[in-house]
Design a protein around this ligand. Structure first.
Ligand code: GLC
Length: 435
């Protein structure tokens, strides 16, 4: 009897204990769930952006940190891609084709907007900025962000092809800076014969987008054209194009440019020039601060001007540059726009430019006292930017450029005669454009 009572009491006790443990567990679980949800709601929004490797440093130095300090709820995740712009474009393109893009901010080269917009990958930003706000940017940079009247890309920085020369060597030898392709060859030969340099002229000759950018300048200098964006007329099989190719081939044949020039992209060419081996370099303004750095053998020895031409034809300067759009599939378009507003603001651009020597896209910055104090050549650069030529702003640009790169590279590396190569390039381009 006594035993039975004891057992019952024990069972009651056990039920009580189970009940309290249950309550405790539920409370505990509740606390955990509450803290997770709290932590989750305080998680910053992460904006992903893909960028070429050489550009990553200047973005990281200050620009991103400043934005994140001002906006603690937003983080920018910078993903470093390949150096060549066309390879970066391929990565963005495959991501968009696969569906929901992992990128929120789309860091676009000046030539990408028509294709990305035509494919429907970008948010329309037309009503985000007033006319007055847009007027603060270089008109060509803004134009490059439009497609069929709508705006998809806001300029972060501009870019323009320029010719660097060794001011010290030219002065010593009594030469004025060159005006024509013939001057460039003559000065190069002479300085080479005097043993002052190993090479005369360095340019980007690899089969990639930089080859097309470099080539439009030479083409313009010989009075030729690639594609007329209004009529879609193709000029690749015209005599001017063949003259432009002949000039480039001459530089190699006459040993003014190294044989490896047909494999170089921007950074290869900068290293050769900056090591003091060459008299001239065609590149972009980012080279200037690097070549003038305290540890550079060229510090204080270089001049900068626009590309040379032929009598009657001014040299062309290719418009480059980068801007930001928002991926249509981004889950954070509001935060992405906040980031764009900051990165394209005058304050952020000033900092970016002082840091990296990039070309401003805001016109006022070309004459900004702080910027001019560091880069005295900027007011002159604005003149070059205003005259710059666009690569054809057409939706099929990537394919058109690919055709030109392939055949031009074939001609420069003697795999095809320039005539045959350009005939084929012109025909393929006409087929592409439905001509
Ligand atoms: C620079 C220019 C860009 C161009 C590229 C070619 O990055 O800003 O517009 O397409 O060089 O290599």
């Amino acid at each position: 009897m006594f035993e039975l009572k004891k057992i019952k009491q024990q069972q009651k006790q056990l039920r009580k204990t189970k009940f309290s443990v249950g309550i405790l567990a539920a409370v505990f679980l509740g606390i955990i769930l509450f803290s997770i949800s709290q932590a989750w709601s305080q998680q910053p929004v992460v904006l992903n952006m893909l960028i070429t490797a050489p550009d990553a440093q200047p973005w990281k130095q200050g620009l991103i940190k400043d934005f994140e300090t001002k906006n603690p709820g937003i983080r920018i995740n910078l993903i470093e891609g390949p150096n060549a712009t066309n390879l970066l474009e391929d990565l963005y393109t495959s991501a968009f084709i696969l569906g929901d893009s992992p990128y929120d901010l789309v860091n676009m080269d000046v030539i990408w907007t028509p294709k990305f917009a035509a494919a429907g990958w970008l948010l329309d930003l037309s009503d985000r900025l007033t006319k007055k706000e847009l007027a603060a940017f270089s008109p060509k940079d803004v134009e490059a962000g439009r497609y069929e009247g709508k705006l998809y890309r806001i300029p972060v920085r501009s870019d323009v092809g320029v010719l660097y020369y060794r001011e010290d060597l030219l002065k010593q030898a009594g030469f004025q800076p060159p005006e024509t392709f013939a001057d460039l060859l003559k000065i190069s030969k002479s300085l080479k014969e005097q043993g002052k340099i190993n090479w005369g002229y360095i340019w980007q000759g690899r089969q990639y987008e930089g080859l097309a950018a470099m080539f439009v300048e030479v083409l313009e200098g010989f009075g030729g054209f690639w594609v007329n964006p209004n009529t879609l007329e193709v000029g690749l099989d015209k005599p001017e194009t063949l003259k432009a190719i002949a000039f480039l081939k001459d530089t190699i044949q006459e040993k003014i440019s190294p044989p490896g020039v047909t494999t170089y992209i921007e950074e290869d060419t900068r290293r050769i020039f900056q090591s003091g081996q060459a008299a001239f370099l065609r590149s972009w303004p980012y080279v200037w601060p690097l070549a003038n750095a305290a540890d550079s053998p060229l510090k204080g020895k270089i001049g900068i001007q626009s590309m040379v031409g032929t009598p009657g034809n001014n040299g062309g300067a290719c418009l480059g540059g980068w801007g930001l759009g928002i991926s249509k599939s981004s889950k954070h378009p509001k935060e992405a726009w906040k980031a764009i507003q900051y990165f394209t603001s005058e304050q952020a651009q000033r900092r970016f430019i002082l840091n990296a020597g990039f070309v401003p896209s805001r016109r006022s910055l070309f004459r900004d006292p702080k910027i001019v104090a560091k880069y005295p050549h900027y007011p002159k650069l604005l003149e070059i930017v205003d005259k710059a030529v666009l690569r054809p702003p057409i939706a099929q640009y990537a394919q058109a450029s690919d055709i030109l790169q392939r055949y031009l590279s074939g001609a420069l590396t003697n795999r095809m005669t320039p005539e045959r190569a350009m005939q084929a390039a012109a025909n393929e381009t006409r087929r592409l454009l439905g001509k």
